[in-house]
Design a binder for this molecule. Structure first.
Ligand SMILES: Cc1cc2nc3c(=O)[nH]c(=O)nc-3n(C[C@H](O)[C@H](O)[C@H](O)COP(=O)(O)O)c2cc1C
Length: 333
């Protein structure tokens, strides 16, 4: 998820258990081909995250094939194509969900990529562009024929964005009609919903916003699937998660480039080269971005959200987190 599922976050979620596959933030094919540092950072991952899928976006078959080769050269297990992003900045460049409006062209992109690499090429799409163009079933078949190894469908249209609810019946129909695995996406906000969706006829479930709110959702779903009660998540667990996330994000400043899989491309100049203060600010902004999801549904969550958003430094932020999650409430209060 763009802006959210960076390597540090993915590692932490994986460490909680129950997570099968992680996917990077979407990465620009154009940026990969041009070797733009910032783009390469989005594609970074560590061994701990495997199996890892790198999602790319773009609309030009040749560039997408070249980008897929770069992703393969970096050692990723899967290259995924974003055909779901409705954001105009992406969609207007013939990428993201606008590819769904040109199914023949979308299939050409997948065919070019499939020919160019040995790793599986997968596709993430929406139900369609809008109510009148609900073409995921047709497009799914076309990309299967073009060589896609699996697809994931978010059961909303681009024009719906996040309104209404995801159409899991549509997703199940697609799963029924294809031979490749079909994963569903949309509205798995708690572990019980993950289990229900897994039984809806799909081959797997993607969890997006649910994991930003509750990084233990996958572990809890695994508990339930094994017939155990879902594990309890204590305020201490939640506080420690945020503190560990800060620690991992800070480590990125000193991380050696060799720790990453940039085998095909030179190591990027990282934004934190600009100095500690710059990097601290970046970390604070990352915690703010996660905080807007992570605090949802918590007692006093809006209070915490405001405190996170107004913390002026990393030290303030840590104190805020410790006071909220890790300071025992006295028996008399
Ligand atoms: C902040 C945010 C960023 C997202 N970025 C991506 C992305 O980069 N690529 C992608 O395929 N989907 C992206 N999505 C969509 C999710 O993968 C998912 O399909 C959608 O949120 C519905 O699932 P959910 O209800 O489990 O969140 C993003 C969603 C959110 C909320």
């Amino acid at each position: 998820m763009a802006g959210m599922t960076d390597t540090a976050f993915r590692r932490l979620v994986k460490r909680q258990g129950g997570c099968g596959l992680v996917v990077t933030e979407m990465v620009s094919a154009e940026g990969l081909v041009r070797g733009i540092d910032r783009t390469l950072e989005y594609a970074e991952y560590t061994e701990e995250e495997r199996p890892i899928s790198v999602q790319i976006f773009g609309g030009d078959p040749e560039k997408m094939a070249a980008a897929a080769q770069i992703v393969e050269g970096m050692g990723a297990d899967i290259v995924d194509v974003n055909m779901g992003c409705p954001v105009p900045k992406i969609a207007k460049h013939n990428a993201g969900c606008s590819l769904m409006r040109e199914p023949a062209h979308a299939a050409t992109v997948i065919a070019a990529m499939s020919k160019a690499v040995r790793i599986p090429v997968t596709v993430k799409m929406r139900a369609g562009w809008n109510e009148d163009e609900l073409n995921a079933p047709t497009l799914a078949r076309m990309v299967e024929d073009a060589g896609a190894a699996a697809i994931a469908v978010h059961g909303r249209t681009a024009s719906q964005s996040y309104s209404g609810s995801a159409d899991w019946e549509l997703v199940a129909r697609i799963a029924e009609s294809l031979t490749i695995p079909v994963l569903g996406s949309g509205d798995c906000i708690d572990a019980r919903q993950v289990i229900e969706r897994l039984r809806s006829g799909v081959d797997g479930v993607l969890v997006g916003r649910g994991v930003l709110r509750n990084p233990w959702i996958l572990a809890q779903a695994a508990d339930m699937a094994a017939g155990r009660p879902p594990r309890d998540v204590t305020p201490e667990d939640r506080g420690k998660f945020l503190l560990e996330y800060i620690a991992l994000l800070l480590e990125e400043r000193v991380r050696e480039p060799e720790g990453f899989r940039h085998t095909a491309v030179p190591p990027p100049a990282r934004p934190y080269d600009s100095g500690v203060a710059g990097h601290d600010r970046w970390v604070v902004n990352k915690i703010r971005a996660l905080g807007s999801w992570y605090t949802k549904g918590l007692d006093n969550g809006s209070h915490l959200r405001t405190a996170i958003n107004t913390a002026g430094s990393l030290a303030d932020l840590r104190e805020t987190i410790e006071a909220f999650f890790l300071t025992p409430v006295s028996a008399t209060s």
